[in-house]
Design a protein around this ligand. Structure first.
Ligand code: IPM
Ligand code: MG
Length: 351
């Protein structure tokens, strides 16, 4: 199989982790007889520094014409600490998601046996965790009207959803639940928010079509508690953009480290694969960042975009194998702490 992959390293630890996932993809290509061609594009703070645009037109063209996108991370403290900055790195990521119509962000939350004690939560509670959060990615408060009043002493952000936007992401979640344990949890705040009431109403209208799925509606505050109290009881969760952002950082604690979690964003055009962690600027250039979130995102790419399930599983198995040998970056607190590159190398050898 011949594929073109847009490689967008981005900011902070992005370049280091994508260097490892690229290496893993090349290893898989060699072993299984595929050809992956990588084309590098600029995004985020590095793109602002170079050409004053967090998502340059050229990067947009590259993404649209590639078979899949492997993205690192975005964000730089010089913008985080400057609330007045009008051009921000995150705008690049949001524009890319929007332009490509990537409405469903798939975030699997699962544990590796060896890492159960790396989580601050009790082993007995987290041991059976295996659920997927489907986060709506191109609507809601992230993309609504926002601004300040004339005197700039008050500000507003608005959240808007249409029935169609809710339907397409819910449809994805229902179909996923069908292939799994057939349980779907809809997370909202329907006791307060009008958009949440539309979510509930719309999804209730779809229940008949998916009558073999057990649906549970849960308020987001309660969900944030249940996810760490009894994570084993969830199967597929579907929720709006901002709730999904917050709940998945919380859920990552179950797996032992935020650095472990991959994600796929799918929709109308080229799909995007990225770890759920951010740019972690403090660790940038230190060879300490965990590359597994990015490596497992590459594994998701093989399965979701290219249909290479066997190759994808080879990556998961290699990661598990290396972790079982006790190797990990320092966030995993295993007995053999290694650097980003060394961990990538171990996984490569295991493949
Ligand atoms: C994520 C990140 C992004 C988001 C940021 C970097 C804009 O936190 O992918 O979860 O909020 O979507
Ligand atoms: Mg986030």
């Amino acid at each position: 199989m011949k594929k073109i992959i847009a490689l967008l390293p981005g900011d902070g630890i992005g370049p280091e982790v994508t260097e490892q996932s690229k290496k893993i993809l090349e290893t898989v290509a060699k072993k299984f007889g595929h050809t992956f061609t990588f084309k590098i594009g600029l995004i985020g703070a590095v793109a602002i520094d170079k050409i004053r645009d967090p998502y340059p037109t050229e990067t947009g063209k590259l993404c649209a014409s590639s078979d899949a996108i492997l993205f690192g991370a975005i964000g730089d403290p010089k913008y985080d600490n400057d609330p007045k900055a009008t051009i921000r790195p995150e705008q690049g990521l949001l524009k890319m998601r929007k332009d490509l119509g990537l409405y469903a962000n798939i975030r699997p939350i699962f544990t590796f046996k060896k890492l159960l004690s790396s989580s601050p939560l009790k082993k007995e509670i987290i041991k059976d965790t295996d659920f997927i959060v489907i986060r709506e990615l191109i609507g809601g408060i992230y993309f609504g009207k926002r601004g300040r009043n004339k005197s700039k002493t008050s500000a507003f952000d608005t959240s808007e959803y249409s029935k169609n936007e809710i339907k397409r992401v819910a449809n994805y979640a229902f179909n996923l639940a069908k292939k799994r344990k057939k349980r779907l949890t809809v997370v909202d705040k329907a006791n307060v928010l009008e958009t949440s009431r539309l979510w509930r109403e719309t999804i209730q209208g779809m229940e008949k079509k998916f009558s073999n799925i057990t649906i549970n509606y849960m308020f987001v505050d309660n969900a944030s508690m249940q996810i760490i109290k009894r994570p084993g009881e969830f199967d597929v969760i579907v929720t709006e953009n901002m709730f999904g952002d917050i709940l998945t950082d919380e859920a990552s604690v179950i797996t032992g480290s935020l650095g472990m979690l991959p994600s796929a964003s799918i929709g109308e055009k080229t799909a995007l694969y990225e770890p759920i962690h951010g740019s972690y600027p403090k660790a940038a250039g230190k060879n300490t960042a965990n590359p597994i979130g990015s490596i497992l995102s590459a594994a998701m790419m093989l399965e979701y975009s290219f249909g290479l399930k066997h190759e994808s599983e080879a990556i998961y198995k290699a990661v598990e194998n290396v972790i079982n040998q006790g190797f990990g970056t320092k966030d995993l607190s295993l007995n053999k702490t290694v650097g980003t590159k060394e961990l990538g190398e171990k996984i490569k050898q295991a493949i």
